[in-house]
Design a binder for this molecule. Structure first.
Ligand code: ADP
Ligand code: MG
Length: 243
């Protein structure tokens, strides 16, 4: 489903991803853990070419793109195969909740407005926000805004969903509703990457955990393995009390 081969990323001379190799099966939920600055966000952003990898190959659902020769069309195809949920929601403040979800359908997917709205409403039902269609983002709590972000990503039927610390901006009492929403999406069999500091959530939801440090995957395994018997000392330290 997803294959990364020898993925490297430099920001100027800083080597941030140092040859990431990874294969993820359809329907797998992958938690990405690791200390701040280890390259987790960069990895997600290179998967959909929000950042251009310096070298290496990204393959999603048979669409194979070599960073060295990537063409605009190929990058567009890769991007439409992915949906991204950001820490800061990134909603359009001047659009309603429904418009935030349907705008991608009319622009990227070229759907008619009626069909896009219908799909948008369906997605917002899935995240429990069908009563907020005409609200603006500023009228919603952070948790609700993030659920709109999830509905928006889902609406485009991506083959893989990428979550970058989806609950890090939220007040503690709003974290659970967003985690519950992500859990429901995982239950539908969607392939997902989740960068998170919510260790117990990662443990419960993921089929696989990858642990990054300094641009390298230093350990990976099932959630059970990583949380109960990490092989690498650094992972053990990081998980600390969770292990
Ligand atoms: P993480 O998400 O694990 O905290 P990041 O992928 O955000 O790590 O960052 C990895 C390293 O790359 C850090 O040293 C960070 O400062 C650097 N970095 C991230 N984004 C940029 C950027 N747009 N320009 C320059 N350096 C960046
Ligand atoms: Mg990050």
């Amino acid at each position: 489903m997803i294959k990364l081969e020898k993925l490297h990323k430099y920001y100027d001379r800083q080597h941030v991803l140092k040859g990431i190799d990874l294969t993820v099966e359809k329907g797998e939920v992958v938690a990405v853990l690791g200390p701040s600055g280890s390259g987790k966000s960069t990895l997600l952003r290179c998967i959909n070419f929000l950042e251009d990898p310096t070298s290496g190959i990204v393959e999603i659902g048979g669409k194979r793109v070599d960073a060295a020769t990537a063409k605009k069309k190929e990058i567009f195809a890769l991007r439409t195969a992915t949906g991204m949920v950001f820490q800061q929601y990134n909603l359009f403040k001047n659009l309603t909740v429904l418009q935030n979800v349907s705008v991608g359908l009319t622009s990227v997917k070229r759907m008619k407005k009626d069909a896009a709205d219908k799909k948008g409403i369906e997605m917002l039902e899935q995240v429990g926000l069908s009563s907020k269609l005409s609200h603006y983002p500023a009228q919603l709590s952070g948790g609700q805004q993030q659920r709109v972000g999830i509905a928006r990503a889902l609406a485009l039927d991506p083959e893989v969903l990428l979550f970058d610390e989806p609950t890090s901006s939220l007040d503690p009492e709003l974290v659970d509703e967003v985690l519950a929403t992500i859990r429901r999406v995982a239950d539908t069999g969607k392939t997902m990457f989740i960068v998170t500091h919510e260790l117990s959530f990662a443990r419960e939801i993921s089929d696989r955990v990858i642990f990054m440090e300094d641009g390298v995957i230093i350990e990976q395994g099932t959630a059970e393995q990583i949380f109960t018997e990490p092989a690498v000392e650094r992972t053990r330290q990081f998980l600390g009390k969770a292990v």
